[in-house]
Design a protein around this ligand. Structure first.
Ligand SMILES: *[C@@H]1O[C@H](CO)[C@@H](O)[C@H](O)[C@H]1NC(C)=O
Length: 125
């Protein structure tokens, strides 16, 4: 029970830190994902701190990399991952990301960790 309570506390702290850093899922609306060749483009209306929303887009390939078969913050995943889709809102899932031994791995990355809303503009973390 104490472990659960401390896990919950650290999860809440993490959510607060993400919101403070401008995690886009909390401060953007009308989020869409559009395939563009092997890449995917995220578009959304994102709030500035004064409450005005601005239309902004970012290429997932500029913010997500493939690290030995695992998607994470970086760039260039689209050249070594394939069969990629958006799952459950804001997760990028690729069925096949090459690791350093050329094996194909499935990987999922929660995009708000790697992409933020900075004053109405989407940017990579
Ligand atoms: C928010 O700031 C922008 C300029 O950065 C301005 O054009 C806009 O009118 C402001 N909105 C409000 C509600 O103050």
């Amino acid at each position: 029970m104490r472990l659960f309570a401390s896990l919950l506390t650290s999860t809440l702290a993490l959510v607060q830190v993400n919101a403070a850093l401008g995690s886009f899922d909390a401060s953007c609306q009308s989020i869409t994902y559009t395939k563009s060749g092997s890449d995917i483009v995220l578009a959304a209306g994102c709030a500035k701190s004064n409450g005005t929303y601005y239309w902004t887009t970012i290429s997932l390939n500029s913010c997500i990399g493939n690290f030995n078969g695992q998607l994470n913050c970086g760039s260039g995943y689209a050249s070594s991952c394939s069969t990629c889709n958006i799952l459950n809102g804001n997760n990028l899932e690729c069925q096949q990301c090459k690791d350093t031994s050329e094996n194909l791995k499935r990987s999922v990355s929660w995009l708000p960790i790697c992409i933020r809303n900075e004053e109405g503009t989407l940017k990579c973390h």
